[in-house]
Design a protein around this ligand. Sequence first.
Ligand SMILES: [Zn+2]
Length: 196
Amino acid sequence: MPQPDRRSLLQGAAVAAAAALLPASVRAVAASSGETDCPQAAWKPASPSNYTAANRPSSHPVDLVVLHVTQATFGNTVGIFADAAKQVSAHYVVRSADGYIAQCLREKDIGWHAGNWDHNARSIGIEHEGWVDRPAYFTHIMYERSARLTADVCDRHGIPKDRAHIVGHHEVPGSDHTDPGSNWDWDRYIRLVNLV
Ligand SMILES: [Zn+2]
């Protein structure tokens, strides 16, 4: 991961100082230079061909978080979302080794990750780097950073932090996907979401 240079650090400080003067409703956007919804995420945009531009929550209420496992590397996943031919996207991708988070489309827009329009329209999609049958990819730092991200998403959208509202791709009606799979520790994840 490249280190920020002094200039961008100074710009970041100026943005943060200005953001503190703004009402909470616009602070989240200002704090991230108008691109990411989560300050801890880096903007790695998906192709606009791979999601539905919307104005959630006024256009569609948001009441679910859908968790995924990529079955690909972090870099390949971000690349797939950026490729206009792929017709797929999720809002966030969390990297296994260090919990680094990419945001690929805005939370107001509708990702194409659940394989079900109703569930796409009402959810935020979070991908985790790894494979369902390779539990070593499910690192502590990835659980921790992802749980913090999900907690932030739930706080922003008023989503209860429970298993009825934080679901796996395999639980989406009509899904033929198995992710995040039997190696995903749901008890630990939900506990972390409620701790952070
Ligand atoms: Zn999935």
